[in-house]
Write a protein that binds this ligand. Structure first.
Ligand SMILES: C[S@@+](CC[C@H](N)C(=O)[O-])C[C@H]1O[C@@H](n2cnc3c(N)ncnc32)[C@H](O)[C@@H]1O
Length: 176
């Protein structure tokens, strides 16, 4: 399944840390690209350093016109999955979502325009309580990919963690 993420809007007080975490979760939990509106362009450098060190070719694109991204993705047969506390439960949507081939997940930072609810193929709630785009995204990606994304190895990584019950083991693939 090909999964991309679109983050709409950023709070007036810049929430760079949340923006970074939305991108990191997208990358680590199996999406291949994120589109971001109004984001600090430094995010691209931050993610490319993570890609270099830990692998993957996850992409970040800073955009101005999110409507155009949705339009193009729909044309390219992506299903639009909008995460919102007002949507249908992830528990009931999950079987259909898992059958899709290409998904664009839309998350908000603040109030999301009504248009997004209308254009979405699925409006999906991770519970009906307000929480955060970071948690909603992580849970949706995990439900879609059933935990398989956590086993993924990257051949272009400089470093790889050797999981241990205690301490830290890291293999430097450029020297070891
Ligand atoms: C801080 S919340 C904004 C909530 C805001 N009150 C609204 O009207 O959408 C930021 C984003 O987190 C996601 N989110 C928060 N709670 C959620 C939930 N229970 N289920 C799904 N997504 C949620 C949505 O994508 C939302 O746009």
């Amino acid at each position: 399944m090909k999964i991309e993420v679109l983050r709409i809007g950023q709070r007036l007080v810049r929430d760079d840390r949340v923006t970074t975490h939305v991108a990191l979760v997208s990358r680590a939990f199996g999406a291949s690209k994120i589109f971001m509106c109004d984001a600090n362009p430094d995010i691209k450098g931050t993610i490319s350093k993570v890609n270099r060190m830990w692998g993957s070719d996850f992409e970040v694109e800073i955009i101005e016109n999110w409507k155009e991204v949705i339009r193009l993705k729909k044309k390219d047969s992506f299903k639009i999955v909008h995460l919102t506390m007002y949507g249908e439960s992830i528990n009931t949507a999950q079987p259909d979502l898992r059958k899709e081939d290409k998904i664009l997940i839309v998350v908000g930072a603040e109030k999301v325009p009504r248009e997004v609810y209308d254009v979405a193929d699925y409006n999906v709630a991770v519970g009906n309580q307000p929480h955060s785009e970071i948690s909603a995204l992580a849970i949706l990606l995990d439900r879609l990919l059933r935990g398989q994304q956590l086993q993924k190895k990257y051949f272009n990584a400089e470093r790889e963690i050797i999981p241990t019950k205690k301490g830290k083991r890291v293999m430097n693939k450029t020297t070891d």
